[in-house]
Design a protein around this ligand. Structure first.
Ligand code: SF4
Length: 268
């Protein structure tokens, strides 16, 4: 597969920098043994993303991507020496964000993981993931799609750089039709924005219609850096409302958990 399918000029609003890395796999406590992030930064720029807090990144989230050009080679070497285990692709970045069309680092890493017969867990918001169905059908992989709301207006405000909900559902259908194991991550649930039970039931029905029955829900994880991003985009009343709910968050989320139990596996 050639590399020049996208012109670097397509990323004109994004600061794309090619960098080298000395390590590919990191020990992970996130439902896998290792995590693997081919990129630092994410053009999806979700308002609620806590990755910048996790990796101590101070640049404006969503405005830059560092491309770890040598990561497939570093990974290949590590896979020869590391203890075997599961690998989560994209714990603090989306492995199928726009730059992947050009650089294909995720695909190159998958080729190495396939060769090593590793169990791979992928989580994305992008329908670009369907490009790699040919690999998925030949390896041990589960592909998760994050789907937060049926309402694209929600996406515009909270996930400005992401594909539409229809594109994500269509990608799930394509993967299920090809026999790929899929699941959906519904979250974060943001008070008063995408936590309406009726709308969540509709979302789950849409997921079932494209063959997805394994569901995970999660609450909003408000770390300090996220409040300031919310304050830049949302009006003061709304931010204050979130603060109020978060001051009594245990009760708020326990109520939701009880009501949502029947929709799927709930992680709160
Ligand atoms: S897609 Fe994931 S990693 Fe990227 S900005 Fe959104 S939440 Fe963060």
């Amino acid at each position: 597969m050639g590399l020049n399918v996208v012109d670097p000029g397509d990323f004109k609003d994004l600061q794309v920098k090619e960098v080298s890395c000395s390590q590919a796999l990191s020990l992970s406590g996130l439902e896998s043994d290792y995590s693997l992030n081919p990129y630092r930064g994410c053009s999806h720029g979700c308002l609620y993303c806590y990755a910048p807090c996790v990796i101590n990144e101070s640049r404006e989230w969503g405005s830059f991507v560092d491309v770890k050009r040598n990561i497939p080679n570093v990974l290949a070497k590590e896979l020869k020496t590391k203890t075997k285990g599961s690998v989560r692709l994209g714990s603090v970045t989306d492995p199928y964000q726009e730059v992947e069309k050009l650089y294909q680092l995720t695909r190159m890493c998958l080729l190495q993981l396939k060769k090593a017969k590793a169990h791979v867990i992928i989580q994305t918001k992008s329908d670009l993931v369907t490009r790699d169905i040919d690999l998925f059908t030949e390896m041990d992989v589960d592909v998760g799609m994050t789907v937060t709301s049926m309402n694209n207006e929600f996406r515009d405000r909270f996930e400005p750089g992401t594909p539409t909900i229809e594109e994500r559902l269509s990608a799930l259908k394509k993967m299920n039709d090809s026999g790929v194991n899929t699941w959906a991550f519904i979250g974060p649930l943001i008070p008063g924005e995408n936590d309406d039970i009726i709308q969540l039931e509709e979302l789950v029905e849409s997921l079932n219609a494209v063959g997805v029955y394994e569901l995970y829900l999660d609450k909003l994880n408000m770390r300090d850096g996220i409040w300031s991003r919310f304050e830049q985009v949302l009006d003061e009343d709304r931010v204050n409302r979130y603060r109020e709910i978060y001051s009594q968050r245990n009760r708020y989320f326990q109520e939701r958990k009880e009501r949502l139990q029947k929709l799927g596996k709930i992680i709160f």
